[in-house]
Design a protein around this ligand. Structure first.
Ligand SMILES: NC(=O)c1ccc[n+]([C@@H]2O[C@H](COP(=O)([O-])OP(=O)(O)OC[C@H]3O[C@@H](n4cnc5c(N)ncnc54)[C@H](OP(=O)(O)O)[C@@H]3O)[C@@H](O)[C@H]2O)c1
Length: 303
């Protein structure tokens, strides 16, 4: 992963629009950036559903937060984003407990099987299933549970990576598909399907896919494209939904074997700031990355 400069944006400068009735879901909340984000949101007084694919690890993380006095703000629900049945079960458990009150969804759960200096595509199917189809299925399952209120905007923050930027794709045809103004789900599925076919055929190296952490980069490329498409779909006045992406930069977590330019707490502080932007400052269709802000090809975005 690329080292990056970090310009902290203190959450303390936020205008507080939320209350403890505000409900956030964070996937992959048992460790790393996800755990730090649950911690930060709970400290700021948001009710957070910490989700994890492993009950023991999830409950241990919640217990850790309880010991810090945050027990009233943190709830646990099981969720394996790579398993469609788990996504549906989670959505119905969420509905039973909270109803249609979801204000903030942070799709943070993610995997990478490459070492920092490696590039294998051995786990391509599983990485794409977790990092792209997981968030997509979860958003679709939770859409009916987003809070519909004239005074608030439900926000989806997809934790992505600059490794999935379009400029990492060297194949002009693929880039052109993902840059389409009328981008649709089937276009993104087509690109992902082509990549998986190239992996199966052993031809992926010569097809112009991103050259570093290729399977991971393609999963985030697809997530970015889907986020842009969704943001555009909900860009009409009064839709009540904002969709943005966030790259935490090179962060010291299990994914990087502890290497990085900053801690998970640093990354989570910025993610919390983005997730809690007041409605009048909240953009849609943007890609944020640690102090830098790049625009998706979204001409209707508000900033
Ligand atoms: N660290 C970086 O430098 C960096 C840079 C750019 C982007 N990111 C992104 O930041 C996000 C968080 O990563 P991290 O660095 O905090 O990594 P991490 O410490 O490895 O944490 C990943 C989290 O995702 C969970 N997870 C993995 N597969 C899952 C699944 N199928 N269902 C539910 N949860 C699952 C893990 O659960 P288990 O504990 O059960 O494995 C863990 O809680 C990821 O989306 C990653 O791609 C990280």
């Amino acid at each position: 992963m690329e080292p990056e400069h970090y310009f902290p944006c203190p959450s303390s400068c936020l205008t507080r629009w939320w209350s403890r009735e505000t409900v956030a879901v964070v996937t992959g909340g048992n460790k790393g950036i996800g755990f730090a984000l649950v911690n930060r949101l709970a400290e700021l007084g948001v009710s957070v559903v910490l989700t994890a694919r492993d009950r023991q690890r999830g409950e241990a993380a919640v217990e850790n937060l309880r010991k810090q006095g945050l027990g009233d703000f943190v709830h646990f629900l099981l969720l394996d984003v790579s398993d469609p049945l788990s996504v549906l079960t989670f959505a119905s458990s969420f509905q039973a407990k909270f109803g249609a009150t979801l204000d903030i969804l942070v799709n943070n759960a993610g995997v990478s099987y490459n070492e920092l200096d490696e590039n294998s595509v051995e786990h391509a199917e599983s990485v794409i299933k977790t990092n792209f189809y997981g968030p997509k299925l979860l958003i679709e399952a939770l859409l009916p549970l987003f809070r519909c209120s004239s005074s608030s905007i439900t926000r989806v923050l997809n934790v992505s990576s600059r490794l999935g930027s379009l400029d990492k794709v060297r194949n002009g045809e693929i880039r052109a598909v993902l840059e389409r103004e009328d981008l649709m789900e089937e276009h993104i599925d087509g690109v992902v399907g082509t990549f998986l076919r190239d992996v199966r055929n052993g031809t992926w190296k010569s097809q112009g896919w991103p050259s570093y952490w290729t399977e991971y980069a393609v999963s985030k490329l697809a997530l970015n494209a889907y986020s842009r498409m969704l943001a555009k779909r909900y860009s009409y006045e009064g839709s009540g939904l904002s969709v943005n992406c966030f790259c935490p930069g090179f962060t010291q977590t299990a994914m990087t074997k502890g290497k990085g330019t900053h801690t998970a707490d640093d990354a989570a502080a910025l993610a919390a700031t983005l997730a809690l932007l007041p409605p009048h400052l909240l953009p849609t269709g943007k890609f944020f990355s640690l102090g830098k802000k790049a625009t998706f090809l979204n001409p209707t975005s508000k900033l």
